[in-house]
Write a protein of this length. Structure first.
Length: 347
């Protein structure tokens, strides 16, 4: 490996790494102010590359993450890759540059402990789950079964009364972001599904919305199109007449034009202002999807149809997260039950 002097005066060395899937040579480039430095960098890389080729545990955790993402390729969604890259850049810094074969359960536990308190337990569990997957692929002999994590906190959605839900519904009607907010509340669309809708997904004749794709940020924070979250997330459902009327007023003949032309931060801001103005407890945009599921439950919609309309593939997810009892309606149920027992004991 001999360095070549560049017109700039720096020195460069090219190291052969391998072949890509098309048979093209892959080379790694090293540039330094002096010939000696450039050749040293290249030689160090080549030695490490050869070591990793013989033994995958010679990779650092950061390098293993690169390999993991590369290996998974097109099976990972852009948003998933973005999450993995965030872990690589921002978390577990004390172990990220250590070789896998030098890592111990104690070191990994210490890195995890340093993250406790700075994020929600669920987030930390997901991040550690990813790290475990990397180890399982490249250093399977290292058992991480002894790793302990903080217990997940039960998610508590902001519960509204039925009266507040109706007030919110009426308040949304007069807002400039009525279309996306109604689609989230009446159709249960996720945020990524909202901004993924185009006019080709709306049938003026049948008054239906078809959810076929989503738009998410990739690792470079650029919005990209992808498939729906799950196979079951692909769905078509009829929308209320008042929402169809709103869409018909703004319909665009170009089918690839997005239906939602405002950003998600803007939509969330409008929702916050609506809640403040109308004395409604503040909720997230995603909570509108929770409300949608709870209304279906309140109306007694059979679970099979509720799952299909909302695009869920897991009954337990819908049961645990997306359905809550409206507090005012729950009081009516309590009163009815208590009245039965009171009448029975006094009868």
């Amino acid at each position: 490996m001999k360095a070549k002097k560049l017109p700039s005066g720096s020195w460069n060395v090219q190291v052969f790494v391998g072949m890509d899937q098309n048979g093209k040579k892959i080379r790694k480039s090293f540039t330094a102010p002096t010939k000696k430095e450039a050749e040293y960098l290249a030689a160090s890389f080549k030695a490490h590359h050869q070591e990793v080729t013989r033994d995958s545990t010679a990779m650092t955790l950061s390098e293993a993450i690169d390999r993991y993402i590369e290996f998974k390729g097109g099976t990972l969604s852009p948003s998933t890759i973005r999450g993995y890259r965030n872990v690589q850049k921002n978390n577990f810094s004390s172990i990220m540059c250590i070789k896998l074969n030098k890592l111990t359960v104690n070191k990994i536990q210490a890195a995890i402990n340093s993250e406790i308190g700075s994020k929600k337990p669920k987030t930390l569990q997901n991040q550690v789950g990813f790290i475990k997957s990397v180890f399982k692929m490249f250093a399977p002999s290292l058992s991480l079964s002894a790793i302990t994590l903080p217990q997940k906190e039960k998610y508590e959605a902001q519960e509204l009364t039925m009266k507040e839900v109706i007030s919110l519904l009426k308040a949304i009607r007069d807002d400039s972001c009525a279309v996306p907010l109604f689609l989230a509340m009446c159709g249960g669309l996720r945020a990524s599904e909202l901004i993924g809708l185009t006019w080709a997904d709306y049938s003026t004749a049948k008054k239906t919305i078809s959810v076929r794709k989503a738009v998410v940020p990739d690792e470079n924070n650029k919005l990209v199109k992808k498939g729906t979250k799950t196979t079951e997330s692909k769905r078509t459902f009829e929308i209320p007449a008042f929402l169809a009327d709103l869409l018909d007023k703004h319909i665009n003949i170009d089918p690839i034009t997005p239906i939602i032309t405002v950003s998600l931060p803007c939509i969330r801001s409008h929702l916050d202002k609506i809640c403040t103005k109308n004395g409604i407890p503040h909720i997230r945009l995603h909570d509108l999807r929770h409300i949608n599921a709870s209304i279906m439950s309140f109306l007694g919609i059979p679970l099979k149809y509720a799952l299909e309309r909302g695009g869920w593939d897991d009954i337990s997810t819908m049961d645990k997260i997306y359905q809550y009892s409206f507090s005012d309606e729950k009081k009516m149920v309590d009163d009815k039950i208590n009245r039965f027992f009171t009448d029975a004991i006094n009868g």
